[in-house]
Design a protein around this ligand. Structure first.
Ligand code: G3P
Length: 216
């Protein structure tokens, strides 16, 4: 499973990329706004730092606007994937832009039928929002499983990108369900590395070593 960072923060991206753990990045208008930087230089820097795909989202909501913005965003760098919302106009834009050779991440997916239509429209990635479904008392992971099963049944090439990830359990369950990609905040990536028994074990090893007076 590929790991993407769900952030527009260049410092976080640089740190995770330097560790060799990041395959790509997803942004959205809220994450971009948080950075308080001019849009174009910010996304150009992100695209140069990240070794793989970088999702940049349109803000237009009508078909013509999404197509216009999608074409502009695709010019930013070769690794750009244009993010379009899962609306009627968004599906139309996915069909059109993917026909033009522009790769699309269809975002704000909350149901299996939405995901089926997105794959038929030719999306490169589908982004089901796990955490936001959990937030309203639904089981977000059921949606990931359903989409993986439907795509497998018909050999759709659209990759399942598990989004709105809040904790390590989401990451493990998405991997077990067969999601192709999991995009997570930097804080969740750090959580994946940590275990209290690792820290306790390391301290014990080093205490014993230091008491022995040995050296390497
Ligand atoms: O980037 C889309 C998605 O991952 C947003 O997550 O935490 O705002 O629900 P969240």
């Amino acid at each position: 499973m590929k790991i993407f960072l769900d952030t527009a923060n260049v410092a976080e991206l640089r740190e995770a990329v330097a560790m060799g753990l990041v395959d790509g990045c997803t942004t959205n208008p809220s994450l971009i706004a948080k950075e308080k930087r001019p849009f174009r230089p910010l996304v150009e820097e992100i695209c140069s730092v990240v070794p793989g795909d970088v999702s940049l989202e349109v803000v237009a909501t009508d078909f013509e606007g999404m197509v216009k913005e999608g074409k502009e965003l695709a010019q930013v760098a070769k690794n750009v994937v244009v993010k379009c919302p899962l609306t009627k106009d968004g599906l139309k834009a996915v069909k059109y832009l993917s026909g033009e050779g522009i790769r699309i991440n269809q975002t704000l997916c909350f149901s299996a039928p939405q995901a089926l239509l997105s794959a038929k429209a030719g999306a490169t990635y589908i982004s089901p929002f796990l955490g936001r479904l959990d937030d309203i008392g639904a089981v977000g992971m059921d949606l990931i499983r359903d989409i993986c099963e439907i795509y497998r049944n018909y050999g759709f090439k659209t990759q399942v990108l598990a989004a709105s990830i809040r904790n390590p359990l989401h990451v493990v369950d998405a991997a077990k369900a067969g999601a192709h990609v999991c995009t997570m905040p930097f804080a969740v990536l750090e959580m994946l590395m940590k275990h209290p028994l690792t820290d306790i074990g390391l301290k014990k090893f080093l205490d014993d070593w230091n008491k022995s007076g040995a050296s390497i």
